[in-house]
Design a protein around this ligand. Sequence first.
Ligand code: ADP
Length: 708
Amino acid sequence: MSTDRTRNLLELLIKVNREVASALDLRTVLQRLLFAAMQNVGGERGSIVVLNDLGKPVDATIVYGSTFHEQSTQQLRETVERGLAGWVVSNRQPVLVPDTSKDERWLRRADDANEQSGAKSAICVPLLARDKLVGVLTLVHSVPNAFNDEHLELMTAIADQASIAVLNARLYTESQRTARVMSALAESAAAINKSLEMQDVLRHILNQAMQALQVETVGLALVDPNGDLVFRASAGQNSGNIMDKRIPAGVGLAGKVILEGRGIVVQNVKQDSAFSAEDRFGGIQMRAVVIAPIQSHQKVIGIIEAINPTSGTFDADATLVLAGLGSLAGTTIENARMLEKMQDAHHHYRELFEDSIDPIFITDWAGKIIEANRQAVAFCGFTIEQLHSMSMDQMHEVSWSKVGTDFEVLRAGKDVSYESVLLKQDGGKSPVEIHLRRVEFEESDSLQWILRNITERKELDDLRDDMIHMIYHDLRSPLANIVSSIDMLNVMVEQDASVLAMLQIAAHSTGRIQRLISSLLDISRLESAQRIIVQKPILASDLIAEAMRDVSPSITGRHQTLVTNMIGKPPLLWVDLDMTHRVIINLLENASKFTLSDGKIELGGEVEGEWFKMWVRDNGPGILPSDRERIFEKFTRVHGKERASGLGIGLSFCRLAIQAHGGKIWVESEPGKGSTFWFTLPISDKAQTGKLLRQTGRLELKEFGNIP
Ligand code: ADP
């Protein structure tokens, strides 16, 4: 190479370098480089494709004469995958094609039709910066053999000089883009979070999407419980057609975005097979779309769709921006949903509060009334204004023993109930049951007082007491008279067997009436938790013998057999004699009543630790598993095939009586084969017996027939 030529070349390279490196914007750098190449090397047409670190084309500049052309990403991909540029990318070597018609590597494109006029010559060189391939530059001359090795050499020299500038410009553009996306998202985040009302949130998201992507129309769909996508908001041209549109789960491009959880861009919907008829909206001529998932807590809850960019094609970062918006939107939509739920719950509480049939007061922790529902106002007679200046303890006596000093029991999160009397505005008083609990009321930590008017219940209690009183005095004493009269008659008519038999029947029946009355009385007294049992020692064998004596006549009369089964030495029990006697009689009578003639009944007992475990076994119809607990409830009668008479209070008395002794009663049964009622009675300890002996000087082991 001559010195002149060398100097010229150097001058040229310095000039090109100065021109190219003085710009930072990638497009400008590419255009300047391409012009310099065409001016100094030759050719009518040229292109530069820029590659990213992964070797994927990210930008390109194409010049025909003096005009620039844009190329789609798809076209760029084709260029570097196939064709001459593709060869250079894979071989990282410059190439000279003197005659394109004779070179296999030359790619003929459909849109090159006008160029098919004939053979051309071409030069293609890699742009290598610090051993990194940053792009390929191609020059095309319309005449074959117009380029030679010298041109190739010159082009390579220019490329070597300019590559670093291309790399810098690419990096600069990338950082600019990242910054743009970041600031767009930051701006959007602020705008989207302005409100938490669902409709506002959706509107803000769509506005941001429209602004960031510069599109004609946007839509937002959420996944409904069936998995279908339903469009909930839209904005822009013809957006009315989008609202409420439903796309079945997994269908079309939208379905694909949901399934894959990542955004998709389609620059030309006509050329994309994934874009289905379901993805279309009536009245909108769809050309290009970006769809991004809306994600919340790693779950896709919907999509945002941006339709038809005003510039014609979407920028490379469109998916990135929309996906970013999608994740921002996800959290905000979830928050808006939570708010809606909370508002609903609050509204619901308000309704319940107002519609409750019970009076409800809400107070602060000093008991000052903040709110009272309609029923509360009506019940106490004060106006709501008066109530607002009152506290709960002005209307009733707070049970401080229950709620604790300064409501500490409620502060610990426990609910409290107690009975009290409400002083009304008119001076009247009503008995009330108060249910007190800690609640959140209109965002403040409050106390909720639900009052239940128990006037009626109190009246019923009084009535019951009157009834018990009546039974006690008005029925029991005449009955006792009848019993003693029958006893006397027994002595008087000693000789007359037929009269004696009649008297025995009368004695037996009055005995049953007496037991029934006593059980009724006991039930009501045991239920009101009165301690009514009077425990004394008795030998288990005596208790059993006494029961056998009372029920054997009627059992043998029904042609049933009654046997006892005492295992081990009979212990001394510590029980209310009359009550336990009635329990055993009840169980034996039931066993007899529900078992057919010829049945077998067994009364047994065995010591088990500190308890004497007894049983009454029959071979009757048995009891269904579903009834085994129920039969111990008051007035429960289970009707089998045969209808036996009874009130359904026997077993509930038995349970209350046994429990009053600290024992347990339960039934085991095999339907069709019989039932066994088990119960436990306390065994007397020496101390108890000793104490009684010291008090009375004797041990009364038998004390039947004296109804207390
Ligand atoms: P009543 O005998 O007055 O009906 P109970 O409380 O004594 O009331 O018994 C409740 C129900 O339990 C009876 O109606 C009966 O259906 C069932 N039951 C009680 N004992 C037996 C038993 N030994 N065999 C079968 N069913 C029984």
